[in-house]
Design a protein around this ligand. Structure first.
Ligand code: HZT
Ligand code: MN
Ligand code: MN
Length: 444
């Protein structure tokens, strides 16, 4: 049962179109900027009375107090996105994801009243996941509309990150603020043969090209509830089959997921779907392979991956999905080897959840660990996030934390040079009564 796309529901709330939205007045969103002057014409029309005022009518022009302008709360999103989602959806009633009934009888527990009751008790964190998912949809909608070849990867990453910070209402510039809500992990912008975990470090001058295939993978969290979702952008139709294969494979994985589903079997269905596609590029036909050493994963509060993996090739892994689990279902297709290795400079890092207390000798490592604890906890971060907090010359300390096993590095993962990779990813909640594809949108 397909639910309405949440962004469609949002449109119904809008009183103005997107062009007007750019000038919508309202209180400045904390962490977002306010368009203070663009709505004046509308306000004036209201205050002066749009009708009447004909020739000869005694015009008593109401004097407007120059300092106190009555401002309405914004009712629609701007471009670029700046309006907090909590302002667009009052009372914490955020759009649901796609709710899917469980397939098999033993996975369907819709008749159990007790289960329903239990599920309702979870509405607190459900609202957090739904808010994070709506932030993801609105930010990616703007990315899909506005990102063009010629832009730098830094500019694209900042578009995503500024959007997420504004829409969650947390700039992350004061101590502890990014732990309340904001980026769930850095915005990955991996090109062509690189599949994952590439984001520019400071000084990176890479520019997106017309022929590039870009994976846009970012996380949004609200109170530690992380929505992990990704899509692939290409500007040349010749890549259509690659993108379609991976989109279909991810949807197959989402379809197969459920209470008691075995992850190894899900991998088999994903692989079957993926590898039923091929692609012709400049006269050569390539099979599309599932990247066999990449997987989906479960998600825990403030922890982007738990211990459960969801393979994207057939496997003997008998691990079952369980009620209450949250999974990132992600699949990667490739025209190359279907196997990735670490390549290029690392940008992504995260403090390990099981990090034992080590007596650090290096003072730069000690002070950097304090910054990490206060700002990210166990949430992944990238070097640019340290730069924006004013940190300098932290590389020695950072490498030392990696060497000590306190911080894990996540280098970019790339297939063979000259190949192309694509990715689509959704976060799903294995609720007792239904599976909720929390990040589903009208785009993918
Ligand atoms: C690690 C670091 C990050 C998790 C998957 C992923 C992006 O490849 C178990 C299975 C963000 C995410 C992750 F900064 N990784 N999803 N989206 N990357 S993973 C992994 O390391 S661990 C897969
Ligand atoms: Mn992801
Ligand atoms: Mn993921």
């Amino acid at each position: 049962m397909a639910a309405q796309a949440p962004t469609e529901a949002l449109k119904e709330l809008h009183v103005s179109d997107t062009a007007k939205a750019a000038g919508a007045s309202g209180k400045p969103a904390p962490g977002g900027k306010d368009d203070d002057h663009s709505d004046d014409s509308e306000d004036e029309a209201e205050e002066n009375g749009a009708a009447g005022g004909g020739e000869g009518a005694a015009k008593k022009k109401k004097k407007r107090k120059p300092r106190k302008k009555k401002k309405k709360a914004p009712t629609s999103q701007t471009e670029p996105p700046t309006v907090m989602i909590s302002q667009l959806f009052p009372n914490k009633t955020y759009p649901k994801g796609e709710e899917v009934e469980y397939k098999d009888e033993n996975r369907a527990r819709v008749t159990n009243e007790e289960k329903r009751h239990l599920d309702n008790l979870n509405s607190e964190f459900l609202a957090d996941y739904r808010e994070a998912a709506e932030v993801h949809r609105q930010v990616r909608q703007y990315v899909q509309k506005s990102v063009k070849p010629g832009q730098s990867l830094t500019e694209i990453a900042e578009t995503v990150e500024n959007g997420v910070r504004a829409l969650t209402g947390h700039s992350g510039l004061t101590e502890g603020d990014s732990l309340v809500a904001g980026m769930g992990f850095p915005c990955g912008l991996s090109l062509n043969h690189c599949a994952a975990h590439y984001t520019p470090n400071a000084g990176n001058k890479m520019v997106l090209k017309q022929e590039d295939v870009m994976k846009v993978d970012f996380g949004v969290h609200v109170n530690g509830r992380i929505v992990d979702s990704a899509f692939t952008m290409a500007f040349d139709d010749k890549y259509n089959n690659l993108l379609e294969a991976v989109k279909a494979a991810t949807n197959a994985g989402v379809r197969e997921a459920g209470i008691d589903a075995r992850v190894g079997e899900i991998g088999g269905v994903i692989q079957e779907t993926m590898e039923s596609y091929e692609i012709e590029l400049d006269g050569t036909t390539y099979p599309i392979k599932s990247i066999r050493n990449l997987t989906g994963h479960n998600i825990l509060p403030y922890s982007i991956h738990g211990t459960k993996a969801v393979p994207i090739v057939k496997s003997n892994d008998q691990t079952k999905m369980e009620e209450g689990d949250v999974f990132a279902i992600e699949t990667f297709g490739s025209t190359g080897n279907g196997y990735v290795r670490d390549d290029m400079e690392t940008s992504h890092y995260a403090k390990r959840g099981d990090a034992s207390k080590v007596d650090l000798r290096l003072s730069s490592a000690k002070s950097l660990l304090n910054v990490i604890n206060k700002n990210f906890g166990t949430l992944p971060f990238c070097r640019r996030y340290l730069d924006r907090l004013g940190q300098e010359k932290y590389l020695l300390g950072l490498n030392s934390l990696v060497q000590s096993g306190i911080v894990e590095d996540y280098p970019p993962l790339c297939d063979k040079k000259g190949s192309y990779t694509a990715q689509f990813e959704h976060t799903i909640l294995i609720r007792p009564t239904v599976k909720e594809v929390i990040s589903r949108g009208d785009d993918y």
